[in-house]
Design a protein around this ligand. Structure first.
Ligand SMILES: C[S@@+](CC[C@H](N)C(=O)[O-])C[C@H]1O[C@@H](n2cnc3c(N)ncnc32)[C@H](O)[C@@H]1O
Length: 250
């Protein structure tokens, strides 16, 4: 094992669980013209309904997401100094059990954190100092804050849903000084591929196997969903991870 590999144990356990392996056998269902979700073909419902009905799998999933948060948050803070300066509150949209916002409020103690996720997820989340857990549906509304943070969520959804979520995030932040911070992969075009491109394309396969309509996006595709959601401008910063940091402004 290399240094740091133990931190990925929960992720490996989740990805190698029979629940997550089964959809790979139906991946052709997603790729073929009818576009049936391979997860739904294997389990009869989507991942989020499945986790709601199966607390053990939900816990395994949450622990895997916490692994990712521990890896990505320090790299993001190092790569984007000042990202949270001037903000007093931050809502983590699809924040799972709060692992990410816990790290963020620890690193930026001036932030009042809100962890927002589905009710069955936040109802079992441990209390976190400086963080309020809020259960709800991101397609209906997002709790108000100076900025919305959204890590590894938008790639779970097709453009239509992605635009709906982004619109709800935009409604949650102040029009004049708010921002939405998206941390997700940006797939590079042929001529600009780097050594993480293969990892991002493999992530695209994982997302295809495990979500109903999700996909990784190129810069052009991000520009499209951000424009449709009504953002006037955005910046993209690569970090030392498969994700980049996109800051979108009303
Ligand atoms: C891939 S996970 C990302 C978790 C976390 N942001 C991270 O990277 O560690 C997607 C999250 O979105 C949440 N989610 C799915 N549908 C949602 C909805 N309609 N409203 C709020 N959260 C939702 C899931 O429960 C899950 O925690």
């Amino acid at each position: 094992m290399r240094q740091g590999d133990h931190g990925m144990a929960a992720f490996i356990l989740m990805e190698s669980s029979p629940v997550m392996l089964a959809p790979w056998l139906s991946l052709s269902a997603r790729v073929l013209a009818n576009g049936t979700s391979s997860f739904e073909k294997a389990h009869g419902e989507d991942l989020w309904s499945y986790t709601a009905a199966n607390p053990d799998h939900s816990q395994l999933f949450n622990e895997a997401m916490a692994c990712d948060a521990r890896l990505v948050v320090p790299v993001m803070i190092q790569g984007c100094p000042g990202l949270f300066d001037g903000l007093s509150s931050l809502v983590d949209v699809g924040g799972d059990n709060g692992s990410t916002i816990k790290l963020l409020v620890k690193a930026c103690p001036w932030l009042q954190g809100i962890n927002f996720d589905l009710p069955h997820v936040v109802s079992v989340a441990a209390e976190i100092s400086g963080v309020e857990h809020v259960g709800g549906d991101t397609f209906e509304s997002v709790p108000k804050a100076d900025a919305a943070f959204i890590l590894w969520v938008l790639h779970d959804w097709a453009d239509k849903e992605c635009i709906q979520i982004l619109k709800k995030c935009k409604e949650a932040i102040p029009e004049d000084k708010g921002k939405v911070i998206i941390v997700d992969a940006v797939i590079q075009e042929q001529e600009e591929m780097d050594k993480l491109t293969d990892a991002r394309l493999m992530l695209d396969m994982v997302i295809m196997a495990h979500t109903t309509t999700g996909k990784e996006r190129t810069l052009k595709e991000w520009g499209f969903v951000l424009g449709e959601a009504g953002f006037s401008r955005y910046t993209v910063k690569p970090i030392r991870a498969s994700q980049s940091v996109i800051e979108a402004f009303p």
